[in-house]
Design a protein around this ligand. Structure first.
Ligand SMILES: Nc1nc2c([nH]c(=O)n2[C@@H]2O[C@H](COP(=O)(O)OP(=O)(O)OP(=O)(O)O)[C@@H](O)[C@H]2O)c(=O)[nH]1
Ligand SMILES: [Mg+2]
Length: 134
């Protein structure tokens, strides 16, 4: 008998700077969807809320302390090898200077240039929402 693997619940942050550029980083090659660009974030642990996970992941991955964020969308996506539920938040206020702490290439990208980057398939709806909001 084959059992379906559980959905991976992921908190994802869309961080914008004063110019309206969006922070993205490139996933390490050896990871799931490696080599593609992503919004920072990571798995929600059982003991935490999605908002707590968002704050923890953005502190760990990009050095900021989130002070306000609003839900943007929720996406479920089935990859050939994995099912994910992306809980996407727009970070509206933070303290600290954004920097990539995990050795990934990173960039601040104007919204109209996001199309030049390759993202995981699940991200399509996120990109449409960001582009529609400028
Ligand atoms: N962070 C992030 N993950 C994404 C995005 N789009 C997307 O499909 N994912 C998928 O969500 C899953 C969780 O991401 P993750 O690898 O960042 O998790 P994590 O930071 O907790 O790392 P870990 O693997 O070391 O525990 C991965 O399978 C990844 O491919 C995105 O824009 N940002
Ligand atoms: Mg991560």
């Amino acid at each position: 008998m084959r059992t379906e693997p559980a959905t991976v619940h992921v908190a994802v942050g869309v961080i914008e700077n004063e110019q309206g550029d969006i922070f993205i980083s490139c996933r390490h090659e050896h990871l799931h969807q490696g080599g593609k660009w992503e919004f920072p974030g990571g798995k929600v642990e059982t003991s935490e809320t999605v908002y707590d996970a968002l704050c923890r992941e953005l502190r760990e991955e990009c050095n900021i302390h989130v002070t306000a964020a609003a839900p943007l969308t929720v996406i479920t996506h089935q990859y050939p090898d994995k099912r994910v539920l992306l809980d996407v938040w727009r970070v509206t206020a933070f303290s600290g200077e954004v920097k990539q702490r995990e050795g990934q290439p990173w960039a601040w990208v104007p919204v109209h240039e996001l199309d030049a980057y390759r993202f995981p398939d699940a991200n399509e709806a996120i990109l449409e929402l960001i582009q529609a909001s400028v």
